[in-house]
Design a protein around this ligand. Structure first.
Ligand code: ZN
Length: 185
């Protein structure tokens, strides 16, 4: 089976609700994990996402891939971000001030909803070479990473909706909401 045969697991499948386990150092260098990561990257590209967590392809391990292309269509006016693999990520909130974003998810096709999340975070994680790394993220990347890391705890963005009236089909998001400011929390 080639990597791109992978199908995204959609909301309603109990796998998405299970917590993922941490990876051990000896697993990080393994061909097994290398294959999972390549599968995640290929699937993310194929589906046009900007991030993917391993449970979304049925692997309950703590791995997230994030990559924001130039001229991103799914999220307009975002800065590009080079492909980064986060293994065993841990978040620390640096600024509790929340920002709202019309989030979407490859596991909830066709939906957009406003989620308010802390605007600045620090992330401790392991790189694919097993080395620890720490980095600070704010604005859209802080939102994107919190969304992806939630998947590792079995949490979907729809769980974090503050106001279900700010949940929309993608089509109606484009029609009615995209050009409006997001209401404050
Ligand atoms: Zn998602």
């Amino acid at each position: 089976m080639s990597a791109v045969d992978s199908k995204i697991i959609h909301m309603g499948n109990p796998i998405l609700r299970q917590p993922s386990r941490q990876l051990k150092q000896n697993e990080i260098a393994s061909a097994w994990l290398h294959d999972i990561i390549n599968d995640m990257i290929a699937t993310m590209h194929q589906e046009g996402g900007i991030g993917l967590a391993a449970p979304q392809i049925g692997q309950l391990v703590q791995v997230v891939v994030v990559e924001i292309p130039k001229n991103c269509k799914r999220y307009v006016n975002t800065q590009p971000f080079e492909r980064t693999i986060f293994i065993n990520p841990h978040i620390e909130v640096l600024d509790e001030t929340v920002q709202g974003c019309w989030e979407s998810c490859l596991s909830t096709p066709g939906l957009r909803g406003v989620v308010y999340r802390p605007r600045k975070i620090r992330v401790n994680y392991l790189q694919t070479d097993g080395q620890p790394r720490q980095a600070v993220f704010d604005n859209f990347l802080a939102t994107a990473l919190q969304h992806e890391f939630d998947h590792l705890q079995g949490i979907l963005f729809v769980d974090r909706l503050h106001n279900s009236r700010l949940l929309s089909t993608h089509e109606n998001y484009l029609r009615f909401w995209r050009d409006k400011p997001i209401p404050p929390l």
